[in-house]
Ligand binder design. Structure first.
Ligand code: ATP
Ligand code: MG
Length: 414
């Protein structure tokens, strides 16, 4: 894409009403636009990041057999009354339509998917399976101050699994944990993201969270000095010593919960009568698990971990474009223009996504914006490089600049 055609502009000054690093950089770089506290619109570059993350997660979910669905965002009140959460879920958005009918804006989807599955599942032969979606969730979060990390409207991937018994759930549950680990590795924050024990609920002693360790996090994570088992602060009182090795020494770090896995047992199948017939003809409640992953929060978490003093610095797998091509000098310099056009076409043809800064603006502006936008490779062509058909290649996160022949570009950055 040519940058001259991109409507989203960068902003020189940090927005006054943003405190978090992710919101400041993403706003300044023209990736998102804040509508109100906790509510953001995604501009072309920001949406490309969201779509990259979604696709990585989609492929991971498909690999473990998940079937993609898209559930409704408007929820009937009756469903939420049936589970009692109309009253107890304090951050549920409740709305009323013109016929005075009360509705909820989907904050999570157990209340939709469980009754839906009750119309499809009859026998043990229908089990197991799992279904997932990407959707906007609405929650009336009181503290929506952390940019994409805590939205009132945010994108989540939610997966639900359906089993005949606990053993089958346990097997699948483990697979999801492994799949999540791969996802966080692929998007570039695997090293900073740790598997953490959290409070369980009625059906299992623990749930599990994936916590990305950064000072921007809201959660306190206690990490055993001996075996590195991590526990969320909220359950720590039950565990004066490490539940795995018995160690008493711990360090505390702050983390962002980017994903979680939860055993639901029959908590939702009972109220919605989601039952199956076993081999002997006996009716039994379906055993469920649910697995959340915050897509927009993950985008914010990646920024918290990777941005530096100059701006964003995307890992390749989630960058909106892999390369940022800067053509310097006047647009009348036909030699530079021709070289830039050739490189642009060559990369595009090779399937390498490139943003071409073809604007007629000062060189300093181009360099500053390239750092702000944070694409993994910066490619510069100028009067200096054109004669020998060379390109200056610089990785966003490395200082070194390499001069390489144009025709070797694809091999180097592809
Ligand atoms: P938290 O403890 O941070 O409020 P949660 O326990 O409410 O999270 P879930 O309801 O299980 O989270 O949602 C699943 C995933 O959705 C979370 O792991 C997180 O990545 C993401 N998520 C939850 N709330 C928000 C929010 N307000 N904004 C952005 N992402 C969120
Ligand atoms: Mg919450």
């Amino acid at each position: 894409m040519r940058q001259s055609e991109l409507f989203a502009k960068t902003i020189r000054e940090a927005p006054r009403d943003e405190m978090s690093r992710n919101a400041i950089w993403l706003t300044r770089a023209g990736y998102v636009h804040k509508e109100m506290a906790g509510v953001y619109s995604y501009l072309p570059l920001g949406l490309r990041v969201i779509k990259k993350i979604e696709q990585i997660v989609r492929e991971a979910m498909n690999r473990i057999g998940g079937q993609e669905v898209f559930l409704s965002a408007l929820h009937p009140k009756e469903n939420w009354e049936k589970t009692g959460r109309w009253q107890t879920m304090t951050d549920l958005y409740k709305i009323e339509d013109e016929s005075d009918r009360e509705l909820a804006l989907g904050a999570t989807h157990e209340e939709i998917i469980t009754p839906l599955m009750a119309t499809h599942i009859n026998s043990y032969q229908d089990l197991p399976f799992s279904a997932y979606q990407f959707q906007t969730k609405f929650r009336h979060e009181l503290r929506a101050k952390s940019g994409l990390l805590r939205g009132r409207e945010f994108i989540m991937k939610d997966l639900y699994s359906f089993h005949r018994d606990q053993t089958d759930l346990d097997n699948f549950y483990k697979k999801v944990g492994e799949s999540y680990r791969e996802i966080f590795q692929t998007v570039g924050i695997g090293e900073q993201t740790i598997y953490t024990l959290a409070s369980g609920g009625t059906f299992s002693p623990y749930s599990h969270e994936f916590q990305t360790l950064t000072p921007a996090g809201e959660d306190q994570i206690h990490i055993c000095a001996k075996c590195h088992t991590a526990i969320n602060d909220e359950i720590i009182a039950k565990h004066p010593t490490c539940p795995k090795c018995g160690g008493a020494e711990r360090t505390v770090q702050t983390g962002i919960e980017v994903g979680n896995t939860f055993q639901l047992g029959d908590k939702f199948s009972v109220p919605f009568e989601l039952n199956y017939r076993d081999e002997t003809g006996k009716m039994k409640p379906v055993i469920m698990g649910c697995y959340g992953l915050g897509i927009s929060r993950l985008m914010g978490a990646i920024v918290e971990v990777t941005a530096d003093e100059q701006g964003l610095a995307w890992p390749i797998a989630v960058a909106p474009f892999r390369a940022h091509l800067l053509s310097l000098g006047s647009d009348k310099d036909t030699a530079v223009q021709t070289q830039a056009t050739n490189i642009y076409n060559q990369l595009t043809k090779a399937g390498i996504e490139v943003l071409w800064d073809d604007r007629v603006v000062a060189t300093g502006v181009k360099f500053t914006e390239a750092d702000l936008l944070g694409l993994p490779y910066r490619l510069v062509v100028s009067a200096r490089t054109v004669e020998k058909n060379l390109v200056e290649v610089k990785k966003r996160t490395v200082d070194e600049i390499k001069l390489i022949p144009s025709q070797k570009l694809c091999a180097l950055i592809g």
